[in-house]
Design a protein around this ligand. Structure first.
Ligand code: VGL
Ligand code: ZN
Length: 196
């Protein structure tokens, strides 16, 4: 498969934050695999978005407040900061999500300006990658598709939590079943590299 990136395409990099990487509060075991593909891909896109999980201290997804997860990505803390291996110069717009207590914050499209910002910039197709394939990448891709954007998930530029060992495989199957393409970073060619 070969995909050519053009000016109507955007890259959405999901939650490349300390808490989702090895050493973090909710670490994705092989999370570091995403950096090399993201580095290669980001310069090929005219628009690059980076989402941040950005929760209040008493967020409803935290175990002490009845949720499934350890406390993670508390707004303003180091755990919520982007990992330095994400090249911030390539990121045009940061989207904070899960900002209020009750929104789970999985999707970059819930209670954010992401859809309107993409439309404002004439984006028709989005490529979604980052952390984690089985939660926030999946939810963001589903919502992008539902919002009318052609949606592609980049498998090797994403990594999964895998609470159950086959969660990544299941997530990718669900995405394909919904009409979302799943590609590898090497499938994406740079013919329309539009900025340096
Ligand atoms: C995520 C669990 C809780 C994610 C965020 O970024 O995939 N997972 N909050
Ligand atoms: Zn979260």
């Amino acid at each position: 498969m070969s995909v050519t990136v053009g000016p109507d395409d955007a890259l959405i990099v999901v939650d490349v934050q300390h808490d989702f990487l090895p050493g973090g509060a909710l670490a994705v075991a092989n999370g570091e695999r995403i950096f090399e593909p993201i580095d290669t891909l980001a310069p090929r896109f005219r628009r690059v978005y980076a989402t941040r999980d950005w929760h209040p201290l008493d967020h409803s997804s935290y175990k002490p407040f009845g949720g499934p997860w350890p406390v993670h990505c508390v707004a303003g803390t180091r755990g919520a900061a982007f990992d330095a291996r994400l090249d911030r110069k390539k990121v045009d717009t940061v989207i904070d999500k899960g900002v209020d207590r009750e929104t789970d914050g999985y999707s970059g499209f819930v209670a954010t300006s992401l859809a309107s910002d993409l439309r404002m910039h004439g984006i028709k197709r989005v490529f979604v990658c980052g952390l984690a394939t089985d939660y926030c990448v999946k939810a963001t891709a589903f919502d992008a598709h539902a919002a009318g954007f052609t949606t592609v998930v980049i498998e090797d530029a994403s990594a999964a939590v895998n609470v159950q060992p086959d969660d990544e495989t299941k997530a990718l199957e669900e995405l394909r079943a919904a009409g979302i393409d799943v590609v590898q970073s090497e499938d994406i060619t740079g013919n329309a590299r539009v900025r340096g």
